[in-house]
Ligand binder design. Sequence first.
Ligand SMILES: NC(=O)c1ccc[n+]([C@@H]2O[C@H](COP(=O)([O-])OP(=O)(O)OC[C@H]3O[C@@H](n4cnc5c(N)ncnc54)[C@H](O)[C@@H]3O)[C@@H](O)[C@H]2O)c1
Ligand SMILES: O=P(O)(O)OC[C@H](O)CO
Length: 308
Amino acid sequence: AALAGCEVVLWLRDAAAATEIAATRVNPRLPGIALRPAVHPTADPAALADAEAALFAVPAQSLRAALEAPGIALRRGCPIVICAKGIERSTGSFLSDVAASLRAASPCAVLSGPSFAQDMGAGLPTALTLACSDEALAAELAAALSGPTLRVYHATDVRGVEIGGAAKNVLAIAAGIVAGRSLGESARAAIVARGFAELRRFADAHGASPATLMGLSGLGDVVMSCSSPQSRNFAFGLRLGQGATPEEAAEGKLAEGAFTAEALLGLARARGVEMPIAEAVADVLAGRRSVSDTVSALMARPLKSELA
Ligand SMILES: NC(=O)c1ccc[n+]([C@@H]2O[C@H](COP(=O)([O-])OP(=O)(O)OC[C@H]3O[C@@H](n4cnc5c(N)ncnc54)[C@H](O)[C@@H]3O)[C@@H](O)[C@H]2O)c1
Ligand SMILES: O=P(O)(O)OC[C@H](O)CO
């Protein structure tokens, strides 16, 4: 947002972290990236009162708590832009539904697509999708966030955009496991393509547009997250494939797919959508099956039409 020329209040819940970031002008979670002068770190939620839009860049499982944080009083009608990618595990809810249930007076948008924070902070070229059911607002927010190094396309298919972001993390773990097990590039391409097929089936069952899934927030993010160890989800899967336990594989970093896998599967089962790859990831994470057994089981599935 600062790169696009906006004044940015960077609200943190931790006062000590806000003071440190204000003094050093670097967020320790984004080392080497100097905060632009237009970014104003603070732990005072009252500083958000006049915000024209509020971007929630917290883990998916923390979105509810962040929206309900004490003292946060956004102006009535202030758009909420969800930057998290996931499904709420405790309720099986999509994040836009969490926001709508807590902030009914605020329009809700979802910002998603292939983007590593480190790349964006370094000013490398990036393109994203921002979806809001109010198309004029989607276009307005997309324009406000776009700048010389970021192109934001707008869309109205909120469900499709949030499904792409949530499901790709689970798929990236699967692709990482394949790489960590040294199963070969052929296997990785197969898992990504078949994983994308199940992602599309899931999206279809939830009323999303197939075209959305072929865009930045679907295919774009799948391509990136399933091929780069810079993705925390891919790296997490890589370590799982090399034999680490889920706790060891996390290395203290956020791998959203680990929290979303079971919730994604629950939603899929409720609509009769087959998602064998997401199921394999959930099984490995829950200790229900070993990586080796999972690979054998996937290979032994009955043959069927590719389009079924
Ligand atoms: N990092 C990226 O490159 C990137 C890119 C696109 C999308 N995302 C998505 O953004 C979301 C956040 O990822 P991240 O990389 O910033 O994670 P992170 O773990 O680096 O940082 C999350 C921050 O949120 C804070 N937080 C947690 N709960 C909070 C709460 N209740 N109230 C206020 N703050 C809270 C944490 O203290 C932490 O500072 C994820 O869903 C991720 O998928 C990340
Ligand atoms: O590091 P990851 O796996 O959370 O991926 C970050 C972004 O979601 C990529 O678009």
